[in-house]
Write a protein that binds this ligand. Structure first.
Ligand SMILES: O=C1O[C@H]([C@@H](O)CO)C(O)=C1O
Length: 543
């Protein structure tokens, strides 16, 4: 089946948290419309950019783009940006059932509101390993009042002028939050604006619900909770997991989960649906929605206080929840027992020529002007640096527990060449930032593949001992995984999807400050590239 969508991307005045500001919308909406389809279906999205003065590109997060790497929507990697006034038609196959997302992949445009969900149902006749009466989707986000232009310009200021984006003003649940209007300039905030009425999830007592929960935050790690109701986690990033019960669920930007819950509490009252910032000192009120038992008046707020979530700095709580996730026994696809290559990636905060940057093995990433996919396929070798980036860092001497002694790094747009069909291990190693006694979690997202999560650790990865503790029996497959503060995460994937694929921190400001790398594999296996991805830099049409 083929699903056709026509989208117009434009700036509109929106009040997602009651404060009016410009947002990037799809057909006037933020979040954009949810795409519903089934496994194996084709989705065609005609994207018309009517932003007038701003480029665009849309990434289909979690969709592997098998055989269509030019549809990945990653500006600078797989395509030229969509120019104002232009229409770009994305066309791709939904390779697997599950919960996915889409969002802008150009500058910090995702934070301006260009985001939404993709729900891929199982093919007819297929039985999922759980049952439920109804399902709903929940997209979590964080929201700033400063424009993304002001934010990215502030991040690029030198020395002491560097201006961090700071904590978000609001947390949004399905695009709805609540700013305290008494703190706003008069006339800019309307606490009764229909766009900021809390999200309401109506339930019938005794029924069972599947919630597809996705996080597209720009910065925040979140904890999600439904007051008084336990959640059974059944799916992560499109893969069934061995069900486990939680009171609340930690989600990092770029992750999706399905949870099952039963409306089995006192049906004469409503309950809070809540999201809270974790892993950074919160400066944002709890994001709230309402779980509405259908006989209770819709607008009746719970008289209880909204859940405040676990302690924000309880790293062990989040670490242990990461460890609790295993592949579902009936859907387990164990990884290859050995890898062909190990890439050890040290994550550090640096200063490069006076600018605050993030680096991987001391290289801070810059996107090229000519997209890699076109450059590689058409032998335009001079458009990005040909020297290969390092596979490791100085493992023996680097102290991850202190502020780097030499915070300098280099900027580069060089990329990793993976042998087609090889098995690659990546160790993400976290470290102290430029602030004493501080390390922040980073959610890493890989385009074009799922990877097995072989293990997590706290402290420095030990290449002799830690691989012996890998879970090779039932690790989950994911496309986004967190590396915990001062910890490491080990993953394995097969480089079997011809194309060029970004692998980066899903924190919008961190990627724009260089926190990412790019892999290429099997580009020689691709046929002629479509011309509509070209036009920028040296990728002139017809090249
Ligand atoms: O990139 C970042 O910058 C700030 C801080 O380190 C400097 O203000 C922060 O928390 C980040 O994640």
């Amino acid at each position: 089946k083929v699903h056709h969508h026509k989208w117009e991307i434009s700036y509109q005045f929106k009040s997602p948290d009651c404060l009016k500001k410009l947002a990037v919308t799809i057909n006037g909406q933020t979040p954009g419309p949810t795409i519903y389809a089934s496994e194996g279906d084709t989705v065609v999205v005609e994207v018309k950019n009517v932003l007038l003065t701003e480029n665009a590109a849309i990434h289909w997060h979690g969709i592997r783009q098998i055989g269509t790497p030019w549809m990945d929507g990653t500006e600078g990697v797989t395509q030229c940006p969509i120019l104002p006034g232009d229409t770009f038609t994305y066309r791709f196959v939904l390779d697997r059932a599950g919960t996915y997302m889409y969002h802008a992949h150009y500058g910090m445009q995702r934070s301006a509101g260009l985001n939404g969900m993709i729900v891929v149902r199982v093919p007819e006749g297929f039985k999922e390993p759980f049952t439920y009466d109804r399902e709903h989707s929940i997209l979590l986000n964080d929201w700033w009042h400063r424009s993304t232009y002001e934010q990215s310009a502030g991040l690029a200021l030198p020395g002491k002028q560097f201006t961090w984006v700071g904590e978000p003003q609001s947390l949004l649940i399905n695009g709805r939050g609540r700013f305290n209007c008494s703190l706003a300039v008069s006339g800019t905030c309307n606490s009764t604006h229909p766009e900021c009425t809390p999200y309401m999830l109506t339930v019938v007592p005794g029924k069972t619900y599947r919630l597809r929960i996705a996080s597209l935050t720009s910065l925040s790690a979140l904890n999600f909770e439904i007051e008084g109701h336990s959640l059974t986690v059944v799916e992560a990033d499109g893969h069934y997991v061995d069900p486990f019960v939680v009171k609340n669920l930690n989600l990092y930007s770029g992750e999706t989960y399905s949870v099952i819950f039963k409306a089995d509490q006192d049906p004469t009252r409503n309950y809070w649906v809540a999201s809270n910032v974790v892993a950074r000192k919160p400066g944002t009120p709890t994001g709230t929605g309402i779980l509405h038992y259908y006989r209770v008046p819709r607008g009746r707020l719970p008289t209880t206080a909204p859940p405040t979530g676990p302690l924000w700095n309880d790293t062990m709580y989040r670490f242990n929840q990461s460890l609790a996730i295993h592949a579902h026994p009936s859907f387990n696809e164990p990884p290859p027992s050995k890898s062909d290559r190990m890439i050890n990636l040290l994550n550090t905060q640096n200063r490069v020529n006076g600018l605050m940057r993030w680096s991987i093995n001391n290289v801070s990433f810059d996107l090229p002007h000519t997209p890699y996919l076109i450059a590689l396929k058409n032998n335009l070798h001079h458009v990005f640096e040909q020297r290969l980036p390092p596979d490791t860092y100085d493992v023996n001497t680097y102290d991850i527990n202190t502020v780097p002694i030499n915070p300098n790094a280099t900027r580069s747009n060089s990329i990793y060449n993976l042998e087609f069909g090889s098995v690659v291990d990546v160790i993400l190693q976290n470290a102290n930032t430029l602030t004493p006694n501080n390390s922040e979690p980073h959610p890493w997202h890989l385009h074009g593949h799922d990877f097995w999560v072989l293990g997590y650790g706290l402290g420095k990865f030990n290449p002799e001992l830690d691989p012996k503790k890998y879970n090779l029996k039932d690790p989950i497959l994911k496309n986004t995984v967190v590396v915990h503060p001062l910890g490491w995460t080990a993953l394995r994937f097969k480089a079997d999807n011809p194309g060029v694929w970004a692998f980066h921190c899903h924190i919008e400001s961190h990627f724009s400050m260089g926190m990412g790398i790019v892999f290429q594999e099997g580009v020689d296996k691709l046929g002629r590239l479509p011309e509509f991805i070209m036009g920028c830099g040296e990728s002139k049409l017809g090249n």
